[in-house]
Design a protein around this ligand. Structure first.
Ligand SMILES: [Zn+2]
Length: 415
């Protein structure tokens, strides 16, 4: 089971927008770009919303059927580990094996020695085609990389084999993620991580490193774009070389987590994948939930009331909603409006404050980030929220499709 060159993680927290999301990929297809839809939802999201992976599968299947989508599509068990993978086994055919928690734990001395020995031929000057300067790899550096990552790869292999046992080999797409850590991985680390993945026989098809800069949820990239471009390009080339050197799957590609709304690096990534003819996977789960709130606000009346109620709860419970996302948001509370203020807003003011259009003077990224992580508040409202989604399905669906197509996909592919 091989995933296509371009694929898009279109997570849907409440599983009401699968058709609207798929419509964006149909627009891409009509423009000549084939993008594989991957509905991803993490264990954390399922827990907050009290949903099960089977509901994601059912919604994906239904949307595919309703819109007559004939190409491949997947359901991603996003950020799983041994403790929660079983919950996803039947419903999913894409597994994001998260090794972040294992990075830094050491493999045995024997395992580290044999890894260093097996990769000895890459020490000295390592020349990667199209990267101007060779990397100088010392044995002690190689050993340090093994100490940092080998155990994590071994753990990934245990989880991978566990999935193989349940689903059979080649019946799912394996991704390895290591984005939820503090330090970015360098292209050299990426090279030896791929070597280890090959050694432990994980046919990884997508890999999600942590890049330089901040990938805060729901807002633009914060960091040095030039440095990001260098790192991204080197990662592409390192992967290309590693595929041949280690016999990894031909379609192995980068996966960009927290990939929604990183508008300032979209053209950079788009140009580089085009330059080298490479694929990409981008996860944009949270952005759809925000479009639901924007759509409710746009609807006015009871829709706007629901949007305001969510904000009121998010603001009052802000310490609680922030906790699980502390490392992936950066909210300046001096710039966040009070619920009393927001309660006086009309549809336009609320929607424009939330919608990610930087040129709009009402746009408030701090307000946006707070709502981004507040979906648990909507989940706690139960039917009051989902009934509103049904009543205003038309206007909400329009926001969802437009956001993915107009602001994300077109920007990445330079359409
Ligand atoms: Zn991630």
């Amino acid at each position: 089971m091989e995933i296509g060159k371009y694929s898009w993680g279109i997570g849907d927290r409440f599983t009401h927008q699968t058709e609207a999301q798929l419509r964006a990929l149909i627009l891409a297809k009509e423009a000549g770009i084939d993008i594989t839809p991957v509905w991803n939802k993490s264990n954390r999201e399922h827990t907050f919303i009290h949903s099960e992976p089977a509901s994601t599968r059912a919604a994906a299947d239904a949307a595919v059927k309703a819109l007559g989508w004939k190409d491949q599509y997947f359901c991603d068990a996003d950020h799983i580990n041994m403790n929660n993978v079983d919950r996803f086994m039947d419903a999913c055919d894409f597994f994001t094996i998260d090794v972040a928690d294992y990075i830094g734990k050491e493999a045995t001395a024997g395992e580290i020695d044999s890894f260093v020995k097996a990769n000895e031929n890459y020490t000295g000057n390592l020349t990667i085609p199209h990267i101007a300067k060779p990397f100088l790899i010392t044995e002690s550096e190689l050993r340090a990389i093994a100490k940092k990552f080998l155990f994590a790869v071994k753990e990934a292999a245990v989880i991978y084999q566990h999935i193989v046992k349940a689903k059979g080999e080649n019946n799912f797409v394996p991704e390895i993620s290591m984005d939820e850590v503090n330090e970015p991985q360098s292209p050299v680390e990426m090279f030896f991580i791929l070597s280890a993945l090959a050694q432990y026989k994980i046919p990884v098809q997508t890999i999600a490193p942590k890049f330089t800069g901040r990938f805060n949820k729901g807002v633009d990239y914060v960091g040095n774009i030039k440095q990001f471009a260098v790192e991204f390009e080197e990662d592409l080339l390192v992967i290309d070389y590693a595929i041949k050197a280690f016999g990894l799957p031909e379609n192995l590609k980068l996966s960009i987590h927290s990939g929604s709304d990183k508008f300032s690096i979209y053209p950079v990534m788009g140009e580089l994948i085009k330059k080298y003819g490479k694929g990409i996977h981008i996860k944009t789960a949270g952005t759809t939930w925000l479009e639901e709130v924007i759509g409710l606000a746009e609807a006015g009346g009871d829709g706007l009331e629901v949007a305001k109620k969510i904000y009121d709860k998010a603001y009052k419970h802000r310490d609680e909603v922030i906790l699980p996302y502390a490392t992936v948001i950066n909210i300046d509370f001096s710039k966040v409006p009070t619920p009393e203020e927001v309660n006086r807003w009309d549809s336009k003011k609320f929607a424009e404050s939330l919608r990610h259009i930087r040129s709009n003077p009402n746009y408030n990224p701090d307000f946006r980030q707070l709502i981004h992580i507040a979906f648990k508040m909507a989940a706690d409202m139960g039917n009051a929220y989902t009934d509103a989604l049904k009543s205003h399905a038309g206007i909400i669906g329009k926001q969802v499709t437009e956001n993915l197509w107009e602001r994300h996909i077109k920007l990445l592919f330079g359409i």
